[in-house]
Write a protein that binds this ligand. Structure first.
Ligand SMILES: [Zn+2]
Length: 218
């Protein structure tokens, strides 16, 4: 009996779930295939040059792709006892419109009760009026991409204004230069990307080679 048990694969739930999370390479392939990730010579609105460009909503325009990415992220949350033990009494929060499909997908996979999303109004990140009324569950903040972490930091302030505790944070792509934790909560990501950003053309390899740049929006 013992010999037989030893040969069986380890099917404890946490092990099975880890195997079901796609690798960083597999996620990058999805982003490349949907053109959410492209390579070239790009200039951002802040004047920085980069050989890479992420436009994450391009991956989320396909329902099947959106689902794969959100479910993968949700599995990382489910592995956390502090999160899984509180479900379904959990809120999933997006800092902006880009994170809304992630929030809905993660909510679906976790069967969490609430969703909130912030928006930029008059240059300020805010929730809709009266959203702080009623019970607000412990929060997971999710986004499609974390570049600097500024949107995340502003959202943490907002969540605190709701009087809610932050129990999780995650994103599909996180630039390695961005924070990897917020308020002591680790930021989970499917891809940790080593982004190359140059302050100006002088340091940009593509400029040196005379490659025509493309001006992009965030
Ligand atoms: Zn350049």
């Amino acid at each position: 009996m013992y010999a037989l048990a030893r040969k069986l694969p380890n099917t404890k739930p946490e092990n099975v779930m880890v195997q079901l999370i796609p690798s960083q390479d597999a996620v990058m392939q999805i982003l490349q295939k949907t053109a959410a990730f492209r390579e070239g010579h790009f200039i951002y609105p802040n004047g920085k040059h980069s050989p890479h460009y992420f436009q994450m909503p391009l991956a989320f325009r396909y329902y099947d792709t959106a689902r794969v990415l959100a479910v993968a992220l949700s599995r990382k949350f489910r592995l956390e006892k502090d999160i899984s033990s509180q479900l379904p009494k959990v809120s999933v929060i997006s800092p902006s419109s880009g994170g809304i499909p992630v929030a809905f997908g993660v909510r679906d996979a976790l069967n969490a009760e609430q969703i909130y999303w912030a928006e930029q109004e008059h240059g300020e990140r805010q929730f809709r009026q009266y959203v702080n009324q009623g019970e607000v569950n412990p929060c997971i903040i999710v986004d499609d991409i974390i570049r600097s972490g500024n949107a995340l930091k502003e959202t943490v302030t907002l969540v605190k204004s709701l009087g809610a505790r932050i129990i999780g944070c995650g994103t599909i792509v996180r630039f390695q230069s961005a924070p990897d934790e917020i308020e002591g909560v680790p930021i989970k990501s499917l891809v940790d990307f080593d982004a190359h950003l140059y302050d100006d053309g002088d340091k940009c390899a593509d400029c040196k080679e005379g490659v025509e740049p493309e001006h992009v929006r965030y």
